[in-house]
Design a protein around this ligand. Structure first.
Ligand code: ATP
Ligand code: PAF
Ligand code: BAL
Length: 290
């Protein structure tokens, strides 16, 4: 265990979470929330540290939300190590871990859906993972209501998720400020991700090609190649490098997530990729502009 800071307390129920937050608020504290699915890494650490800077108290949630996984996805195999998570959270300065059971979040009789009714949820990862963002908005709405934090922190690695969550919070007037944190990468450019644990050493050596390809495609677009041609060529490079399947490599508007094309690429153009390498499905995104 890291020296210096104690491990955060763990609460398992909404009642206990609310009691802690009420105590903090009574003392005038500002509260930051960092929702995660556990198996924490330095990307999560950056979210906790950002929350630490802007708030008096930080709550991290670890909950592998079943409703955002498809029937053939890795819900049952999702990496978990709560002990290591607590060490990282202590070191990063979190005050409280909320780690509820599935029945606490979805008790018997639970029947409410929370869905952003926009094409934003059915493109990119939404097209490959039908219903995924409905599960994300359902659980994020619940976590925000449970914790009643002032600010909630999300990573830019999951850019589409961030856009969808912002839309939901705006539409429902949820009283929370959504804060984004830049993607934390390994030295070779690979975005840190819990699912990187699925990569064997040979796959791990290929994985940085995902980010390298996005950078190369962005450069080609800046040099005058049309986005559609540059992304098609990038997808082929990924297949050549050993990615078994490229779900998408698209150039889209960074806010609306609508496709963009044309030379020069419009302002706010961003590249989005998801591709399979061994057992892992990796995602990344990158701005076209320098
Ligand atoms: N490399 C990273 N940099 C910044 N934020 C990140 C990074 N990886 C994950 N996050 C953010 O951490 C939060 C929790 O994500 P999650 O627990 O699903 O981790 P993950 O590593 O993205 O897992 P997975 O491998 O399942 O995608 C999300 O807001 C996510 O965007
Ligand atoms: C936001 C989130 C914790 C909701 O389950 C999850 O989608 C994630 O970890 O990015
Ligand atoms: N980090 C996004 C959560 C998921 O893949 O389900």
């Amino acid at each position: 265990m890291p020296e210096g800071r104690p491990r955060p307390a763990t609460v398992r129920t909404v009642a206990d979470l609310r009691a802690r937050v009420a105590g903090w608020r009574a003392g005038g504290a500002r509260v930051g929330l960092v929702p995660t699915m556990g198996a924490l890494h330095d990307g999560h650490r950056a979210l906790v540290e950002a929350a630490r800077k802007e708030n008096d108290r930080v709550i991290t949630t670890v909950f592998v939300n079943p409703t955002q996984f498809g029937p053939t996805e890795d819900f049952d195999a999702y990496p978990a190590d709560l002990d290591a998570d607590l060490d990282l959270l202590a070191d990063a300065g979190a005050d409280l871990l909320f780690a509820p059971q599935v029945t606490e979040v979805y008790p018997h009789g639970f029947a409410t859906e929370v869905r952003v009714a926009s094409p934003m949820v059915s493109v990119l990862c939404g097209a490959r993972r039908p219903g995924h963002f409905d599960g994300v908005t359902q659980v994020v709405a619940k976590l925000l209501n449970m914790a009643q934090a002032d600010r909630a922190y999300f990573g830019e690695k999951d850019w589409q998720q961030l856009a969808v969550v912002r839309q939901m919070v705006r539409d429902l007037n949820l009283p929370v400020d959504i804060r984004s944190v830049p993607t934390v990468r390994a030295a070779d450019g690979l975005a840190l991700s819990s699912r990187n644990a699925y990569l064997d050493p040979a796959e791990r050596a290929v994985a940085p090609q995902l980010n390298a390809t996005l950078r190369a495609v962005a450069k080609a677009i800046r040099s005058g190649t049309a986005p559609a041609a540059a992304t098609a060529s990038g997808a082929q490079s990924l297949r050549d490098a050993g990615f078994a399947h490229v779900d998408y490599l698209d150039c889209r508007d960074e806010i609306t997530l609508e496709p963009v094309d044309g030379v020069p690429a419009p302002r706010g153009a961003r590249l989005f990729v998801a591709a399979h390498l061994g057992r892992a499905r990796l995602i990344d995104n990158w701005p076209v502009a320098d």
